[in-house]
Design a protein around this ligand. Structure first.
Ligand SMILES: O=P(O)(O)OC[C@H]1O[C@](O)(CO)[C@@H](O)[C@@H]1O
Length: 534
């Protein structure tokens, strides 16, 4: 057993034996880019920097600590992070685990942005994190903060810290505009593998998390992942995940045990979905929140899912795998295991071929907003407008969602709303899963587009999609852009709906809340009633 880490689970011993005899673990530790076949080799050759980050990231620690001290000396102690997907999910879980405060802006909802701008601006530093330096959400948030700093008489550039890849447009902008600091991250690490690079460490360290301990915890298990042995926990987890996929279990249910690391599943979702969900294959991560006998998707999971607990589950289930340990150890474990599962599944775990399409559609819709999502209006019930459904009432709609997809398909709820003010939307997941008796995911848009979005478009073609959108009470301009946050959010939902429905032939239903609060109350009541009847 590796110190600080447990992987408890069995199965697919043949797959494990093949991985051992092919020396996959030692080759991965040596950054061998040939492990995923010739087509993946060029990408893999520039994406394996993550395997030894617990050692190579050490020099960053002193730099981050020095900047934190400087900011604190200036009275700046409120850290806000603008970043999507791999540029924010790791800092979110790291800071939550450490119990320190970090405001994560990974939304285009005008209410979310306005609330953040109104919170302690005079004490704020904005960390703008983007590997590509071109992500529209992140750039828009940077613009909004610069304008707000300027309006408040604060020197904006001195309050902006950049994390990006060398040579990106954001790197040059940061230098040109004289931002407080530009951290150049290791370019040989992709976004979803970047937890232990500057992308994970800078915002977390500035917010006060013990990032040295995080690296220590990861380093403590790193060498055990290089062993070509059936006892190697990463090899075992990779064999279970990949072997299960190839035997028809195309979903991984992530169930938090009591006291599990909060937010780990949201981080793992991106790693699993973006890495494996492509070419009509892959593992759909389903974050079910708990792991009790009454958690929909956990105890009642069927033969299409592998159950993976984060921490010991409340309700043990046959065939489950339990992963437990420190955050640093778990992150490195899952990164290794997903890369290994990618080899078993037969895909390139380091590309994300289907993500760009929805971005293109959203850009086109910003230029031509009247084009919409192409879904016809079905009916209006109270504050809810329904598009793309054959049902004639909300209760009927919730009662019939399961029939949208084939046996062992899945449903995805995608809420382009405010994840604090409209948090009740997340309760729909359990109700829908219970009624449809299908694995059901829930994601906040546009956040999920940079996470599970790749799987929904590129993975197994057996998903049905329910978008939730809402009227905006008070919109917010994006400085020097011809669109607002509200219109960007709308275009992102419509763009993704178009790619899913027209591009991929997947069923898409949209529920638009003309009044968010009232509409959500109606949706919950209708879903509850469909559950009772179902
Ligand atoms: O760091 P960036 O370049 O802003 O990208 C953010 C996220 O967007 C994606 O490219 C997907 O859209 C992810 O892979 C990445 O983590």
């Amino acid at each position: 057993m590796t110190q600080g880490l447990t992987v408890d689970g069995a199965g697919h011993e043949d797959v494990l034996a093949a991985l051992v005899s092919d020396q996959v673990a030692s080759k991965l530790a040596a950054k061998d880019p040939t492990l995923w076949g010739p087509a993946a080799e060029p990408e893999a050759s520039i994406r394996l920097g993550w395997v030894d980050l617990p050692r190579t990231s050490r020099p960053l620690l002193a730099e981050i600590e020095a900047l934190r001290a400087e900011l604190l000396a200036d009275g700046v102690d409120h850290v806000v992070l603008a970043g999507m997907g791999g540029s924010s999910l790791a800092p979110e879980v790291i800071t939550r685990t450490a119990g320190v405060s970090l405001t994560v802006l990974d939304s285009t909802d005008p209410g979310v942005i306005q609330r953040s701008l109104g919170d302690s601006l005079e004490r704020s530093v904005l960390v703008v994190s983007s590997k590509s330096g071109t992500t529209v959400e992140t750039d828009s948030q940077r613009r909004a903060y610069l304008a707000a700093f300027s309006d408040a008489g604060i020197d904006g550039p001195s309050r902006i810290v950049i994390v990006t890849d060398p040579g990106s447009p954001l790197a040059s902008l940061g230098e040109k505009e004289g931002y407080r600091r530009v951290f150049l991250a290791d370019p040989n690490v992709g976004g979803r593998y970047s937890a232990l690079t500057a992308f994970g460490l800078v915002p977390s360290g500035l917010a006060g998390a013990d990032i040295a301990e995080l690296l220590d915890d990861a380093e403590a298990v790193m060498d055990s992942f290089a062993a070509d042995s059936p006892d190697n926990p990463a090899l075992r987890l990779g064999a279970i995940l990949g072997g299960a996929h190839n035997a028809g279990r195309d979903k991984v249910v992530l169930g938090d045990g009591p006291g599990a690391i909060v937010g780990f599943a949201a981080w793992a979702e991106q790693l699993i979905a973006e890495s494996t969900g492509k070419e009509g294959k892959g593992l759909l991560p389903v974050d079910v929140g708990g792991s009790s006998a009454s958690t929909p998707g956990w105890a009642d999971a069927s033969s299409d899912a592998t159950l993976a607990a984060i921490g010991a589950p409340e309700h043990a289930v046959d065939g489950q795998v339990v992963t437990d340990g420190t955050l640093g150890a778990l992150m490195l474990l899952w990164e290794n295991a997903v890369a290994i599962a990618g080899r078993v599944i037969g895909i390139d775990p380091f590309n994300q071929p289907d993500v760009e399409e929805a971005k293109k559609q959203a850009r086109a819709l910003l230029d031509n907003p009247n084009a919409g999502d192409g879904l016809a209006q079905s009916f209006v019930e109270g504050a809810v407008e329904v598009y793309g459904s054959a049902a004639s009432s909300l209760e009927e709609l919730f009662g019939s969602l399961g029939s949208l997809v084939p046996e062992h398909g899945y449903l995805a709820l995608q809420a382009y709303l405010d994840r604090d003010a409209d948090v009740d939307a997340a309760s729909l997941r359990d109700l829908v899963a219970r009624t449809a008796k299908l694995q059901t995911t829930f994601g906040w848009g546009p956040r999920f587009l940079h996470s599970t979005g790749q799987y929904h478009k590129g993975g197994h073609p057996n998903g049905g999609f329910v978008q939730l959108t809402g009227d905006v009470a008070s919109d917010l301009a994006i400085p020097d852009r011809p669109y607002t946050f509200g219109s960007l959010q709308k275009a992102q939902a419509a763009g993704d709906a178009r790619v899913l429905a027209e591009g991929r032939g997947r069923p898409v239903v949209r529920l638009h809340l003309a009044d968010r609060k009232g509409g959500l109350t109606q949706l919950l009541a209708a879903a509850e009633s469909a559950t009772q009847k179902g």
